[in-house]
Design a protein. Structure first.
Length: 197
């Protein structure tokens, strides 16, 4: 008899006397956050990814965005952003080469995930097309506190799987063969998340 068979026989013997009652475990058994706690956790996890987090009142979003854009020479926004950004150019389908010459983009998002510090764009109103959020070097994303959910299952339940989805966890980053972190290779080098509470 092999060691594997010995172990399995011992496990079967121990389980023979175990009760067979079915225990229902609710999916929310790990939910331990209040809505305010979700916002705090989201802000903490986003910051862990080396993104800049700015928390503000809903009425201060425009001022916070303008402050986050300090030093950006050119800014593009989705035509339906709904926030006035002085000097920003609306997206009219600029090419990737044209977007590459733009310093920053401002978008909203579909959902924020507290557990992972992830922002999800489904490219509906205020979010623009995918290239808009991936090409310019600085991405300023506005997240309303009521868009923040605890985990990935809650986020997926809110999203339409038939839409293009962009999941963002911090600035674009990768590592070379020596594990040196390199930012900005596959997307924006700088991510600023404005949490409107």
């Amino acid at each position: 008899m092999s060691a594997r068979e010995d172990i399995l026989r011992a496990v079967r013997g121990a389980l023979a006397e175990a009760p067979r009652d079915h225990v229902e475990v609710p999916r929310s058994y790990r939910d331990r956050h209040t809505p305010d706690g979700l916002v705090d956790l989201f802000a903490e996890r986003v910051a862990d990814y080396r993104a800049t987090v700015v928390r503000c009142a809903s009425g201060d979003v425009e001022a916070s965005v303008v402050s986050a854009l300090a030093g950006a020479g050119s800014v593009v926004v989705p035509a339906d952003l709904g926030v006035s950004i002085p000097g920003a150019v609306a997206d009219t389908g600029q090419s990737s080469a044209e977007l590459d010459r733009i310093d920053a983009v401002v978008t909203t998002c579909a959902v924020g995930i507290a557990e992972t510090g992830t922002i999800v764009l489904d490219h509906q109103a205020g979010q623009g097309r995918r290239a808009l959020s991936l090409v310019p070097d600085r991405h300023v994303c506005i997240v309303r506190s009521d868009q923040i959910v605890a985990g990935v299952p809650e986020a997926v339940a809110l999203l339409d799987a038939h839409r293009p989805l962009t999941w963002i966890s911090g600035p674009s980053a990768t590592s070379d063969i020596e594990l040196n972190r390199v930012e900005g290779v596959h997307g924006p080098r700088n991510l600023v998340v404005i949490i409107a509470e």
